[in-house]
Design a protein around this ligand. Sequence first.
Ligand code: PMP
Length: 420
Amino acid sequence: MSLTLLNNIQQLPPDALFGIKQRYTQDSRANKVDLGIGAYRDDKGKPWVLPSVRSAEKLIHEDPNYNHEYLGINGLPELSSAAAKIVFGEDSKALQQGRIASVQSLSGTGALHIAAKFISSFLPGRSLYISEPTWANHNAIFKSQGVQTATYPYWQASTKTLDMEGFLKTIKDAPTGSVILLHACAHNPTGLDPTQDQWSDIIDAVASKDHIVLFDSAYQGFASGDLDRDAYAIRLGVEKLAGVSPIFVCQSFAKNVGMYGERAGCFHLVLPEQENIDTAKVKSAITSQLSSLIRSEVSNPPAYGAKIVAKILNSPELTKQWHQDMITMSSRITEMRHELRDRLVAQGTPGTWDHIVEQCGMFSYTGLSPEMVKRLETQHAVYLVSSGRASIAGLNHGNIEHVAKAIDEVVRHFTGNSKF
Ligand code: PMP
């Protein structure tokens, strides 16, 4: 009986994104280009260890007290408190009022997982609204914890712009007290963010229905090179929703510190301002629940990346270098966006291409169809996600001409010379 117990387990297809990586690695063509996975590459197409990270690592290794002991269940306090200041601002009223509970997480995914567990335990029955489209893992993370998901319209394909009307309507029609997941900046996969005025309307719509916002902050500082600018939506939300509802923030240091594999991140929960409530007591109870949840899942979070990020955030010299590093990354990506757009326009590639420079962050939703993407891979060895999402970080001066010509060929192949 036991012998055959596991024989009928269904084989699943490989994860779409990691499947692309696998095909790319096996491709022997010399001119292959990986625009699939979202990780920064320098102008030589190589992973980049930030100078601020190198300096922090050196200091950590030279510390006579250097060790590999366990962290506490909630992680490194020097990380979570400095991380909160970055997200909410040094002078955040919510921070000063002690309304924010912060714990370390396994990067952004781990923070989202904590949010999912928290929602299923303490806010059962509430649906989570995610943008259509969104980062593919959002659905999986929340569904795995039994959180029901729904979508709000985001990308309007015909105009390659934000479907603000549909977005607001869905927020207003959602049952009171739903959870709305918002990408804090550099929306994945579209690279399209609301303007400051649009953010204001979005937060007002959220407030009008007592919804709870969950901000996914995976690209702060990576999008524009400026931490404050990229935290605009979160800080506006914290201000406008102070008297309305709690806010969750899932923070990743994968992109902005280039610590992809080290899994450094934080989960923050902002309590609303309430009269006649002992906020410290509520925060302490919530923190104890977060600890219990973390303990049973990972016991305690990974230490090495946390120490590096904490060192950078708590040393003025390293922080200064890090700000420079984020400018280096974001400006190279902006340069590549312009160069790609300019080449497509100069070639007369059918279609409009300004959206590539209007979008920000790691990705561009190019508007290329799944058939075009397939042909890019088979005929030109250019790899991207079938949705047409291209990781701009994979472009560099050595491959951009090939990519621009390849896009031109596939667009003409499927559309003739007509616009698409
Ligand atoms: N949220 C979004 C929108 C992302 O794009 C990513 C990474 N691709 C994450 C969260 C999580 O990243 P990580 O777990 O590596 O921090």
